[in-house]
Design a binder for this molecule. Structure first.
Ligand SMILES: [Zn+2]
Length: 300
């Protein structure tokens, strides 16, 4: 792990691809007056213990710790156990998603854990945004990569931590509403930050945001016609799945159970639901998937 100071009070902790099985990742820290803000926590105690050691080395251990989850994906939330006294802040949907899918993701992706993992739920949530006035630090909803995605804006240093919303060369689409994703990236661009920090691409530029926007327009275009490559086919399958998941969630409302949904869906296709999504999608035909999802919808 490398620590790199940016601005007057930011530190980027970067895990190199060789140290972490899922590729490079960055966790961002803001050293406030009486509070340390930690944006995401990576894969477990082995990821966050060195960050705690860094805080102690700097003599910041008396400060309160606020952990911000940029969204509920497992590779952002597993290290929170290292800071038992921290206040965890996220978008409301992020908390709901951890409740719904946290245990399943731990099962499905558990081989990637680094050290101990203790799932922790956010205790403070926001709908649009929340500002920590003393330090001029804001967390705001930025739907796109997932519906619960959010960013951290440090007004003093003019730095925005964007989580998984911006990536080089292209972001991952894990939510069907690609139009909202594009809108969010356009908004981020107009904010004119001095630096944008991405979870999987480190420091990114406004040009990267523009490239990501262009990619998403092209993504929408490929959905509207027959696939021309295996990658496009996987993309279409994934998109179908995202659409149906949302439809079922809306149909079931409060009763929606993500684990049961996943289990029934993939068992119906004779797949082990604990495989990774790519493995699952690779193993089924598009039509099979559509039929399974349609029959799933009919049940409710
Ligand atoms: Zn993610």
């Amino acid at each position: 792990m490398q620590a790199k100071e940016i601005g007057n009070r930011g530190v980027m902790f970067t895990f190199e691809p060789q140290e972490c099985p899922i590729g490079g990742s960055t966790v961002y820290l803001i050293n406030g007056k009486n509070t340390i803000y930690l944006c995401d926590t990576h894969l477990g105690s082995a990821s966050t213990d060195p960050i705690l050691a860094y805080i102690q080395e700097k003599g910041w251990q008396e400060k309160d710790v606020v952990i911000f989850f940029s969204h509920s994906d497992w590779d952002h939330i597993w290290g929170a156990g290292t800071f038992p006294g921290a206040t965890i802040v996220s978008h409301r949907q992020c908390r709901q998603r951890i409740v719904q899918r946290g245990m399943l993701e731990l099962l499905r992706y558990g081989e990637h854990r680094q050290g101990d993992v203790k799932l922790r739920l956010p205790s403070v949530t926001f709908q649009t945004s929340i500002i920590f006035e003393e330090d001029q630090v804001e967390f705001f909803h930025a739907p796109g990569h997932t519906p619960d995605s959010a960013c951290c804006r440090d007004y003093q240093d003019n730095v925005i931590f964007v989580g998984d919303l911006v990536e080089r060369p292209a972001p991952t689409v894990s939510w069907h509403d690609v139009e909202s994703f594009i809108e969010t990236l356009e908004t981020l661009k107009t904010m004119g930050a001095q630096a944008y920090v991405s979870s999987h691409s480190g420091l990114v530029e406004p040009d990267d945001l523009s490239h990501n926007i262009a990619f998403l327009h092209q993504y929408l275009e490929t959905l509207s016609r027959p696939p021309r490559s295996p990658q496009e086919e996987i993309r279409q399958k994934e998109y179908t799945l995202l659409m149906f998941e949302d439809a079922i969630r809306q149909a079931q409302g409060e009763k929606f159970d993500y684990s049961a949904f996943q289990q029934e869906l993939w068992q119906g296709l004779d797949c082990d639901y604990r495989l990774t999504l790519t493995e699952l999608l690779n193993s089924v035909e598009h039509e099979e998937l559509k039929t399974a999802l349609e029959s799933f919808l009919v049940q409710y």
